[in-house]
Design a protein around this ligand. Structure first.
Ligand code: IPE
Ligand code: IPE
Ligand code: MG
Length: 236
């Protein structure tokens, strides 16, 4: 029953399988990515309505630059277009959008678009939608630790006082709760450099469904599986 469902506070997703979805439909890969973006619009709205507080999506990894120039170019074009769509969805659903990852490698207009998206939605008080773009966990930790080392060298930070919370505060996800549930679509069972520090205690859920076919019912299945697990981490 819907009302008995315990909704995890933070759900993180690795959206995977756009390419395989396209192949299965005899379409070019870029149409798989387009279908994936369209699905994202809907699922953001679904997640917000379910009462998820933080919803983080892996949209483009630091490793994804190694794909063909054609595919990377098509993805950048899609991001440009979907920033506008996402703004509409976010405003209609009281969703605040923030991005994590190293934006500096993107073209200036894309960086401007992301800044605009964060600014325009910044006052929304519902779900926080976190877009991981040019994100890699090792890159995030490296950037964070470089900054931490600089602060220590500058005398702003006492090395003896460095705690787990200090480290968290130097990551792109500073201030956000750790994910409770991590979902990866499309059958692959690996983390692919996603939120390695933050997922320390998350429940991991894998489904064979390709991302463009992953709808609200599948999100609910994942949440139900999460609820059936025994969350007894640490002791006993
Ligand atoms: C996920 O779909 C989208 C991105 C990584 C940008 P893929 O493009 O990885 O799809 P598959 O794994 O080839 O099916
Ligand atoms: C992970 O998917 C990255 C994103 C979803 C953005 P990939 O499809 O790129 O991961 P690997 O290469 O199969 O590990
Ligand atoms: Mg993939």
């Amino acid at each position: 029953m819907e009302e008995q469902r315990n909704i995890p506070r933070h759900v993180a997703v690795i959206l995977d399988g756009n390419g395989r979805w396209a192949k299965a439909h005899h379409l070019p890969r870029k149409l798989g990515h387009k279908a994936g973006c369209e699905n994202l619009e809907q699922i953001v709205e679904d997640a917000a309505r379910l009462g998820i507080e933080y919803f983080t999506i892996y949209g483009f990894s630091t490793e994804n630059w190694k794909r063909s120039a054609e595919e990377v170019g098509a993805l950048m074009q899609l991001f440009r277009y979907y920033i506008g769509r996402l703004k509409e969805v976010a405003m209609a659903n009281n969703v605040r959008v923030v991005s994590i990852g190293d934006r500096s490698r993107f073209d200036a207009d894309l960086i401007d678009g992301l800044n605009m998206l964060e600014e325009v939605t910044g006052g929304n008080t519902g779900m926080t939608f976190v877009l991981a773009l040019n994100y890699g966990s090792r890159d995030e930790i490296t950037r964070g630790m470089r900054k931490m080392a600089k602060d220590a060298a500058a005398g702003i930070l006492d090395p003896e006082q460095v705690s787990e919370d200090t480290i968290s505060s130097y990551l792109d996800t500073a201030g956000m709760p750790d994910p409770d549930l991590m979902i990866r679509t499309s059958g692959e069972q690996r983390l692919s450099n996603y939120l390695l520090w933050q997922l320390a205690y998350a429940e991991l859920y894998f489904t064979d469904v390709y991302w463009p076919d992953f709808h609200k019912e599948h999100l609910l299945e994942a949440i139900d599986a999460y609820n059936q697990r025994n969350r007894r981490f640490g002791g006993r």
